[in-house]
Each structure stands twice: as structure tokens, then as C-alpha cells.
Design a binder for this molecule. Sequence first.
Ligand SMILES: Nc1ncnc2c1ncn2[C@@H]1O[C@H](COP(=O)(O)OP(=O)(O)OP(=O)(O)O)[C@@H](O)[C@H]1O
Ligand SMILES: [Mg+2]
Length: 715
Amino acid sequence: MSLRDNFRAAFSSEDPGDGRDGGGLLPSHDPADERLSDRGGQDISSAIAPGSAVFRKDWFELGDTFHRTLFLEGWPVEVEPNWLRPLYQWQHALDISLYYQPLPLKSWVSRLTDKASKERSELEQAAQQRRSIDNERVQRLEDAEELRNMFQRGESKPVQVSLLVTIRADSKEELDSITRQIEKTLESVSARSRRAELRQKDAFLSVLPFGRNLIADGYSARNMHTQGASFTFPFANADLSHPDGIWYGINRSTNSNIILDRRRFASPHSVILGGTGSGKSVAAKQEVLRALMDFIPVTVVDPDGEFERMCEEVGGQFITIGPASSDRINVLDFSYIADGAEDHLTPKILSVVRLLGTMASPEGGRLHPEAEAALVRLLRQVYADFGYTQDLRTQAQATRERMPVLSDIRAKITAHLAEHAHDPGEQALLRPLAAAMAPYCAGGALGALFDQRTTVDLQSPFVVFNIKPLTAARNDHLLGLGMHTVLEFIWNTTMTRAQQLSGQFRLLFVDEAHVMMRTDESAKFLEDIARRARKCHVGLTVLTQAPEDFLNSARPQGKFIFDQSSMQIVLRLKRKSLQALQDLLGLDDPEVNYLFAAAPGEGMIFAENDRALMSMHTASPQEYDMITTKPEEVAAIEAARRLELDAGETDGIPAEPAAAPARPAPAPAAQPIAPTLGRPEPFSRLGPPQAQPGRVRRTGPPGKPDRPSFRPPGA
Ligand SMILES: Nc1ncnc2c1ncn2[C@@H]1O[C@H](COP(=O)(O)OP(=O)(O)OP(=O)(O)O)[C@@H](O)[C@H]1O
Ligand SMILES: [Mg+2]
């Protein structure tokens, strides 16, 4: 028997004659069937129909699979947005259909008015007869009046809602077991389901996407107002969908877009956690690009030099801190955009004390309190030598050319030690520090890096600080100092009072932030950055592969940063790290197992009180090219770029487009990607870019790149 015949037999309206219900499964004949039939010889129904359909009292078989359709009979009295989430996030496949049927407003207003009058007259009668007050009746009266008023004011409308679920299983036992689990799950949200007894076929057809509810009668539907109905909507999770947000990925349970605006959260900070290669940096790059398209300025601390290609593509500023670079930052700078309105010197001195503590104790100890006190006094003298005191007017005169450098401090300490040559206490306090500073001062191995005046100027709303040269030494201590230096500079230049007053939202990303958790001093500094950033409308994102470093009770600063974050993106992690997070994020066992085995770019997002399993996708081939870190892909892109440059430089003639460009033309600049793209390509499906001879990515004349340069509106 052919598939088509099979289908006809199983779904025809003829009675199979054996007492089973076998008739008329498809609601109508679809002309598309004919069209397909004309072309391929087979219609859609034949192609998708199961071998047979047998409907029993409260379950049915389709071919070899067992099914049951339930409907929601008892609805909770009070609900919150997305209260049906446990059902929508069911671990196995379920078919769920929701019907929203508008009800006639006028007749509902008059019904509610009648109901209210009836309740009121009952209550009045009870009062006259001096019977006790029936509180439930009072509640019913209030509800009816409130609802009627809402309808009359146009704040809401009456709507009838039905929810049906079809369960699928490989055996009858499994079907019964899943059914019981679903019934219990619904009970846990104060809802009651019922098996559609003797109506399995109608119920099943109602779940299929034909838009016809065949069991929409009194016992399967519930009347409610539109707000209540909207809470059943799987995408109605307000916290994961903000109108002006940027796109983070797809909610794996509901297939809806996760679009968040960090400005809306109590704190704009976020953390991205994941083992190595889990997709943290890619996640950050996607967020950066999309934020830039929303004209949000971004600063990145990039220990792996990974943001370079992307930075160049969007016309950002790439600043390298390393021995071979001419970009220098003087860690003793205080805000030379000083406004005379607040004291910058005292926090600066405390911060320098911390930095010197980190230099002196790579293992994470701190300076002796007396040494700190002595150092504070000496630092005040050093700054006074350059004309800066507590008098805010002197601070407002600050310039980077007239700033002390590390060797000025060391010289001051050495002079102090010479003055107190016979004071063993003073020698014991400060001599080790002077010795520890030597490598970072002129003449020391790192003097060229740390003992210099600042040369960096910020010129772009997108700035990347590349500290890869410091990681090359595979020395976390040095990397921590580099991060500290860069963050000091960011503190001075972007977390200013002017920024605070402007209200302009900015983002700051710190990759490999666990390095800052290695010493008390740098951990404290990162905590200060988090505090200051929030006040200055700067959303801090820390990326780390070792969440346990942030949750270590010995360093409460990490936990503070975690607690200050309204958003967490958790990607694949080791069991140990997941255990550290389990209580904090309320991860259940299936979530832990999922995160343990997640593919790159797969994970969970937690946004204030909400959470979702999330797949992070790239929004376009151009975005992919800019952010991939796979060495073979990076090499191919670089090779293509070299060819492109050569083509532009050698003949001076605008390069011809390659015979077959591997990608569509770059998207126009400054277009918000997320809201306009609809359903994006999965990141991994795009495949690696092909290096093609003569492949040209620019469309403009040589020397005039068409790459989108980011400029805020009106600039
Ligand atoms: N969303 C994604 N979809 C598909 N592949 C991805 C995704 N995110 C990352 N990858 C792949 O994983 C690789 C590593 O990602 P990424 O560099 O972001 O890891 P990481 O977590 O930052 O690792 P590390 O801690 O070592 O820096 C990427 O080059 C890319 O090939
Ligand atoms: Mg990374």
C-alpha cells in the first residue's frame, strides 16, 4: 500500500468498521496538495501522514507513537508573566496550542453589571437580616466591579483562552508517566489539567496548527481580561524582551528573541562565565557590535588582542600596551579632566597604594598598615612636588605632562630611607617596597612600560585596550598590573563627573577578569570600578573562565561584583565551577547537566528574576567575519584582506569585485542589526569564510574604505 493509500485509509471519514474512531482527521482539502501532486506526484498529506491513527478513550496512537491531549481546566486565580514557563520549558517535545478568542465587550459589561448588582443585593439582604458578612461574596462583588470598570475605561478587553497540550511517547507506559509529570507540573503553578476523554481526536485536531478549536466549550476555555491572557503568552516575558534592547540570542524553550536593555535593570552590570572556548569573547563581541549600532560607546580591556579585527572594521581605536608599543599610560595620572568639583587626589593616592601593594606582593598579600600609612604621606609629598594638593583648584590645573611617574615615588621612598637610615622600623617598612618597585622603574625590566607619562588620547567612542603583550609572558601578576593600569586610565577618562552628569550610557568589558581576583588589591580595585561605573552610567561586563575565583569567600570583592550584576550569561563550565554557581543561580540538575555539555555559544542567561536557555547566534556574515577566533578562519580572512589591500595598492585602479564573493555585500553601517533581521542564521551554520583570490570586501575606491565608522548621531 502506498503512503498515499495509507493516509487515505487512516484519515478517511469512512468508519474502519472495528469500533475504532478513524474518520476525517484533516479538516479540509488543501489546494496546495494538488499543486505538490502535480509537480512531484505526491501530495503533502501523503508525505507527512502517519501510517495509521487509532483514537481511544483518553489517548491515541499515530503510527508507532502514543499520544494524549490534555487541556487546562482549572486556571490559577492570580498569575504572573510567563507563569506557564515550566510547561513551555518542558524537557521533551510537547505540542502546545493556545487560543485567544475576543469576547463581545458590551455584553460582558452588562453581564458584569448584573453580577455585581446580584452580589450587592445579596449582601444588603444579609445586612438587613443581620447575618454575618460573606467575605467571598464581597470579593466577588469587588472583582466584578473592578473588571467592569476596566472594560468600560478601555483598559482591558474580555477574551476567552484555551490551552491544549499533546504529549508524545514511544510507549503507553511512557505516555502515562509523562502525563502524570505534566499534571503535577501544572499543579505546582496552581493549574489543573484534564485529559480530553472521548474527545481525543477533536482535541488533537485543535492542537494542530489549523487555528480551529474544536473543543472550545465551557469546560476547556476560560474567560479572562487581556492582561491575564497576555501572561500565558510564551514570549510575554517582559524581562527578556525590552523594546529598546539589543539582541542577545534565541530563547531555546520558546524560540523567541532575547532582547535586553541593560539600562532598565537595577544595575547595568553583567558577567559572562564559561570555560575556555565556550564562547565568552564571541558573546562579548556580539554585544559590543550591537551596542555600537545603538550608539552606545564601548571600551574593552582585551588581554588576548582578539578585538583588533573587529575594532579596525568599525573604525574604533586600538591601543596596545606593551614594550614595543608607543602607547603609554602613566598609572599615577589622576583625572586631568578634573572639574574642581570633587577631590581626585585622595582616591588616586589610595589607588596607587593598592597598586604598589600588588607590585610588592605578587602572592596576593597586602602592605603592612603602617607601611601603607607611611606611603600615603610620601605620596602626598610627591604630588605636592608637582603642585597638586587637597586644594581642588590645583587639581583642576592637572595635565598629563606635569604628573609624577613611578620613579618619582621610588626616589621619594629612597630619600626617606636615607633620612631615617638609623631607624630600623622605618627601614623594615619601606625598604622591601622600594626593592619591589625597582623592576617597574627606569632601568628595570618593565620601566619602559610602567614608568612613563601618558601618550594615549581617546579619539573614538569604541576603544580597545590590547594588553596581549603582557600576557605573552604568561605571567598573571604582570597581566593583573596591566589591567590595573588600563582600568585606572578608564577611571580617569570615562568615569568622570561630566560622564555622570551627562547620563550617557556606556559599556566597559573586561575579559579574563579572574586575573584581577588573584590579589586583594586588584580585586578591591575591580570592586571600586563596579561601584563607580554604576554611578557613572557605565555598564561593566566581566568575562571569566573561573567563576569560583569570583565566589571565593576569601575575596568578597568578587561576590560583590557578582551580586551587583543584574545579568549573567553562563556558558559551558566545568562541574566544579557549576557547583560553585549552583546555589547562587538556583541551577537545577538538568540545567547543570546542560551547561556541562553545552556547545560554544549555548548556555543560559539570567536577567534579574528571569532566566532562559539561550543560543547565541551571529546576526550576519559580516558580524561573523569580525568576531570569529578560529585560527583557520582568521587566517583566511586576513589573507583575503591582504589580497584586497594589494589589489588596491598595486595598480591604483579600483579593484574589481571577486568573481564570486563568498559573502553578500556588507550591511550598511549604523543599522540596528537585531530588530530588523527577524530569525537569524545560526552562528555555526554560516561556515568558515572562504579565502578567495581577489575577494574584495570594500566597495569604495582604493584607500577609501567603506567600512562602517561609528559615529553618534549628530557628530
Ligand atoms: N555563538 C557561537 N556559535 C558557534 N560557535 C561559537 C560561538 N561562540 C563561540 N564559538 C566558537 O568557539 C570559539 C571560541 O570562542 P571564544 O573565543 O569566544 O571562547 P572563550 O570562551 O572566550 O575562550 P577563552 O576563555 O579561551 O578566551 C570561537 O572561535 C568560535 O569558533
Ligand atoms: Mg576569550
